[in-house]
Design a protein around this ligand. Structure first.
Ligand code: GDP
Length: 528
């Protein structure tokens, strides 16, 4: 292992924010970028806002993706470290995308709205993080408003999310009485001053809760606060680094993203406590980030990021070694060598070509249809990273063209949009239908609108009798051929060329699987 690789890896922190829509993810992202000086004035990050708006609003906003996409992946320096922040769409119809993005991080920041506490999407996203025991830092937001009793919030985190909560700071009042937070270990008060949301300011600190200055600052909240603190110190867990790294305990911070207060403490916690890039499992062996040969996997593809250029970007997490401009990479699935002269890095609203990158970094590759989600790149070793699945869609519609002459554009559009992983396109063996499958209803509208904008194709959907799709494989070539002949009615090829069984009903699927014990019917698909 080379020294410089180890040093570069140790500097990196790659994390995502998980939260229920409206808890403050976009606002925190802005403040984090401000801290990394990636933007000069907070308020320039365009939120995709898929979360809260009606579909039509969302799609209008989606049209500006040239700008907003920069929020998918952001890199910025902070305290001698390099931070990679990955965005996760909050809307549940995009949960597949979120799932795969969370496979590319080493830790996560959970943001809760202090007035609301743990919400449904928080629970769902924590479940995903738990699959890999991802370490979680927690931030309770909106202290400039009325929040719920903080002790109750911590209890809720523990009970509902099944993780121990260790407060690092404790809030002094809230809403109009919000006076700052008390750092439990450092015995110091960090004073809140309203009106500094958009700038980085020096914060006033008062050492020692016993001091006259502290009494004066807390004023008539003082006695109550001491009482509450005693309760907290008696009842709450202490921070424990090992338990944090195992995903069993979360350090909790309080603040207001809007007021840019407390976010710096959270970022410090990520730098000080969250893991540097971790080792990754492949089907063949475990890859250490400090290994010299380059390896990485693609977890996300985005089509038409820059509408003027119709480009498609594959986002790759580097798992080991170093990317150098112009290097040749081995594309394991196709067996081809690709020279990569122009990998991209993303910096607030900018994207730029990059000279070098290291394990933990996310780089963007221009994709001309050859790269798929889940693909592994190496310097020649034939490995495949595990745990980046496609999920079988649960909703299906037949796609009909308004203008029959555009069928080529339709196929191309559907295929390219399917590469992003949120939808899947199926071509039945027995007729010329085109079937679109999705995990969330919203996807159908999004695809129709993007087909129109980006491919100039107008389409309609018709109901179709498909209950679910299963990817078909078998170790027995003869049985597979037999099955293909017998089950032709229900077989299709997906956009990636994989054989798929489209089951009209659950009963049909169960019966078919029983009748063909040599055939595998998989609800998820991973590359090998
Ligand atoms: P997201 O949906 O999680 O990305 O949430 P946003 O960052 O867009 O925030 C949702 C709403 O809450 C916006 O109107 C924000 O201005 C507001 N907000 C975010 N943080 C705070 C905060 O600390 N205090 C208050 N009062 N409002 C906040």
């Amino acid at each position: 292992m080379s020294n410089s690789i180890a040093q570069e890896v140790a500097k990196r922190r790659t994390f995502a924010i998980i939260s229920h829509p409206d808890a403050g993810k976009t606002t925190i992202t802005e403040r984090l970028l401000l801290m990394g000086q990636a933007i000069n004035v907070a308020g320039t990050v365009k939120s995709r806002k898929s979360d809260r708006h009606a579909t039509s609003d969302w799609m209008a906003m989606e049209k500006q993706r040239g700008i907003s996409v920069s929020t998918s992946v952001m890199q910025f320096p902070y305290r001698e470290h390099m931070i990679n922040l990955l965005d996760t769409p909050g809307h549940e119809d995009f949960s597949e995308d979120t799932y795969r993005t969370l496979t590319a991080v080493d830790s996560a920041l959970m943001v809760l709205d202090g007035g609301k506490g743990v919400e449904p999407r928080t629970i769902a996203l924590m479940d995903v993080c738990r699959l890999r025991d991802t370490p979680i830092v927690s931030f309770i937001n909106k202290l400039d408003r009325d929040i719920r009793d903080p002790i109750e919030l911590l209890d809720e985190i523990e009970a509902v999310l099944n993780i121990r909560a260790a407060p690092i700071t404790w809030p002094i009042g809230c809403y109009r009485d919000f006076k700052g937070v008390y750092h439990l270990k450092d015995d110091c008060i960090i004073v809140y001053a309203a009106g500094h949301g958009h700038e980085r300011t020096e914060q006033r600190r008062i050492q020692n809760l016993d001091s006259d200055e502290a009494r004066e600052h807390l004023d008539d909240l003082y006695d109550n606060f001491l009482e509450e603190l005693e309760l907290v110190q008696g009842a709450c867990h202490e921070f424990d680094q090992d338990a944090f790294l195992k995903g069993e305990l979360t350090p909790v911070f309080f603040g207001t993203a809007l007021g840019n207060f407390g976010v710096d403490q959270v970022l410090d916690a990520v730098v000080d406590w969250a893991p540097a890039p971790l080792a990754r499992a492949s089907h063949e062996r475990v890859i250490e980030p400090t290994e010299e040969p380059f390896t990485g996997f693609v977890f996300k593809i985005q089509a038409n990021m820059d509408p003027r250029h119709r480009d498609r970007i594959a986002f790759m997490r580097i798992c080991s070694g170093q990317y150098q401009k112009g290097m040749k990479l081995h594309h394991v699935r196709t067996g081809k060598e690709l020279r990569i002269p122009d990998a991209l890095t993303f910096f607030a609203a900018e994207r730029e070509h990059l000279e070098e990158a290291w394990a933990g970094d996310i780089i963007g590759l221009h994709n001309h249809g050859t790269i798929q989600i889940g693909d592994t790149f190496s310097e020649g070793e034939k490995i495949g990273f595990t745990g980046i699945p496609h999920f079988a869609p649960e909703l299906f519609q037949r796609v009909r063209l308004k203008d029959p002459l555009k069928s080529k554009q339709l196929r191309q559009g559907l295929q390219e949009l399917a590469e992003e992983g949120a939808t899947q396109v199926f071509f039945p063996e027995r007729n010329n239908d085109i079937i679109l499958g999705a995990v969330g209803v919203l996807q159908f509208d999004v695809v129709a609108s993007r087909l129109q904008d980006e491919y100039k194709v107008e389409c309609l959907y018709e109901p179709i009798n498909v209950w679910s799709a299963r990817w078909v494989s078998s170790d027995n070539a003869k049985k597979l051929d037999e099955f293909k002949n017998k089950a032709m009615e229900n077989l299709a090829i997906d956009g990636g060329g994989h054989l798929t069984y489209l089951a009209p009903t659950r009963v049909n699927l169960n019966l078919t699987a029983e009748r063909w014990p040599d055939i595998r019917f998989s609800a998820t698909r991973e590359h090998h």
